[in-house]
Design a protein around this ligand. Sequence first.
Ligand SMILES: [Zn+2]
Length: 441
Amino acid sequence: MPGLDTFGQGRLRELVAYGRKVFDLRKGFESVRDNRREPKVATALVAAAVFFCGLLRTRSFNALEPKLREKPFRRLIGSPADGKSIGSADTLSRALRRIDLPTVQRLSIGIVEKAERNKVFREGWHGAMHAVAIDGWEPICSYNRHCNHCLIRNVRVAQGDGTVVEKVQYYHRYVVAMLIDERFDMALDIEPLLPADLRPGNLGKNGEHEGEQTAAIRLLRRVKQTFGWLELVVADGLYPNGPFLTVVKQLRMSAVVIAKKDGDEPLKEALALWGDQPPQEVIIDEKAKERIELWDCRDLRTLDSYDGPIRVVRARVTDSEQPTKPPHTWCMVVTGVAATRLTSHAVLRTARGRWHIENTGFHQWTTLWRFAHVFVHDANGMLALYWLFFAAFNLLTLFLYRQVRCYGRDRGKDATRTISRLIDEMKDDLARLDRSPWDTS
Ligand SMILES: [Zn+2]
């Protein structure tokens, strides 16, 4: 792996050089296709413009529009020096609507696959396993703008005068898969929840939208097919049920799933067995300043809709600096042969690692990146944009981890600030970009 020095000056130029050399990013952009008729702007330029719009956290296509006419940005996306205008905000959103989705998926997936081949994920996570977290995500909702793929719900809204009215709200909801790891997290895949009239096989005939789990199962099957090396699924309290765990088993994966309902099997049986028994293990985590009491119960078979043994782990976590504060209790349902070798403490840590998808993923994507801005309101256009933003997110994550030396050390401390500072640096670099960063001569 080349060191920083070989990339020359400027973080932005370094990032492009890293993307070009290690991930063949140029070719990735050039492989993107759309079905516009006689497009004036090449699809590769649209893909690159949206990718860098995401990476540099530009707040809207309107904010990006003046840059599209400026030389530095055109150099950045690899537009030929004598090339004509690369269009407007409208050009970008029109092209996104017509993009051939598998071709943008390839771009993002290709980055993760290449990193895997380069052994970036070799170490794995707890128990040396590679874990994928899945979770529902709702980036946008609106009272007026909608499309034919919007989900619809009635919500009660308080008015200024204190009265409450019922309003129709339109929204898009997805299930996202993210590789979670101690060191970094990667966006792997995304699947929309379908509105009633678009569900296959007349399933939405009673006007019901698809549930999150239906989309999640579709997503998980595809994720495992794409990334065969994933071994462990981590999910929240929606998923400790037979149908989901059965799919995990069919895919020859393990699962660590949060269980919240005391009355549901297999947690019910585990709680009955534990009764008032003292914990089987107590761990003092000096670093996290926590006292952790653990109960572990294997080979439960009380969940009728699942054929196989289930393990249940309970952890009671007390803040050792504030022992009077009520403890937090976690319950986890664990399936799969590979997960049996996780210690009960590792099961807890895996389950708690699920916050990565909410924090590194959704929270940052919304607050720091611009994932929740409606760049384009169209089912295909939104997915195309998310895939390009995923590619940008993944490349930046790998760049930070592999190329920016202090980053690994700082991650635990204030990674968010480190990244924001880096993006600001790259924006400054863009203004000074006097030659194409793609030019290898
Ligand atoms: Zn919509």
